[in-house]
Ligand binder design. Structure first.
Ligand SMILES: NC(=O)c1ccc[n+]([C@@H]2O[C@H](COP(=O)([O-])OP(=O)(O)OC[C@H]3O[C@@H](n4cnc5c(N)ncnc54)[C@H](OP(=O)(O)O)[C@@H]3O)[C@@H](O)[C@H]2O)c1
Length: 252
């Protein structure tokens, strides 16, 4: 049974990825800052596992054969020590770590002149440094295991530029470069890296609300989550190293 850590699991794309991996029967560690939202996602994941015929908490406990298969560990992704603890707790609890969905992210949309210094720091620290800390901590375990899969959720603006999100565009460009370099380091250790470059997704991103974005120019987060699951389900000897996807109505 595979073990996955999902960052940014409290809502949006991360929530749908967690549900998708739960229905695939994975054991999960869910993290983000919002404890209550994470608990709601964890409960939904347990139901998803049960519906898929995978043991839920009650069944596991009754059989005396293991911990709750869905663990909630709230943390700020900017806290490198907390992030390291999450990966270690995943390994200690479930005995291994197979998958990291490196997904936590945020931005504001406005001209650079209107960004505060704190907002600039936040966007670089969460989208770039947070993702690097998570990948490093997960990879340390995966290298030891000789297997693992990291999915870095960047953005199509990791490859192109748009106005009014300059710090975010910079952070995602950084993540694209980091991901390519890390992939080449990890390949000899049997650890795979997939870079996801999505266009607009219908989530809570940048103050939006899931369900509010027009289906003509935004992707259903569940559909994007299924693409991530597909990447994870490829044979060991194959890696989907980059996936770019857009809503058909988006200008890009
Ligand atoms: N939506 C889009 O159009 C789009 C397009 C391309 C790429 N992406 C990327 O997709 C990923 C998921 O975003 P989304 O669209 O699902 O947005 P979302 O609905 O706003 O979800 C963002 C997630 O990131 C977490 N997060 C934010 N700051 C954090 C922090 N400091 N520490 C820990 N977790 C933090 C949030 O949890 P808490 O607030 O509870 O901490 C939340 O779970 C991001 O990397 C984003 O850049 C989104």
């Amino acid at each position: 049974m595979k073990v996955a850590v999902v960052t940014g699991a409290s809502r949006g794309l991360g929530r749908h990825v967690a549900l998708e991996l739960a229905s695939a029967g994975m054991q999960l560690v869910l993290t983000a800052r919002s404890k209550e939202e994470l608990e709601e996602v964890a409960a939904a994941c347990r139901r998803e596992r049960a519906a898929g015929g995978h043991a839920g908490r009650a069944a596991d406990a009754a059989a005396g054969d293991g911990p709750d298969p869905v663990l909630v560990l709230p943390a700020d992704i900017r806290d490198a020590e907390a992030v390291e603890n999450i990966m270690q707790t995943a390994e200690h609890t479930f005995g291994r770590l197979d998958v990291l969905i490196n997904n936590a992210g945020l931005s504001w949309i406005k001209p650079l002149a209107e960004w505060t210094r704190e907002e600039i720091d936040m966007v670089l620290d969460v989208n770039l440094k947070g993702a690097i800390h998570a990948a490093r901590a997960a990879a340390n375990i995966m290298i030891r295991q000789g297997s693992g899969h990291i999915v870095n959720v960047a953005s199509d603006v990791g490859r192109r530029a748009i106005p009014d999100m300059a710090p975010y565009v910079a952070a995602k460009h950084g993540l694209v470069g980091f991901s390519g370099s890390h992939l080449r380091e990890l390949r000899p250790h049997g650890v795979r890296v997939t870079l996801l470059l999505p266009g607009i997704i219908d989530t809570y991103f940048a103050g939006a609300k899931e369900g509010d974005r027009d289906a003509a120019w935004s992707m259903d987060a569940r559909a994007v989550a299924r693409v991530i699951r597909h990447a994870l389900e490829q044979p060991d000897r194959m890696v989907l190293d980059e996936i770019q996807l857009h809503p058909s109505g988006q200008e890009y």
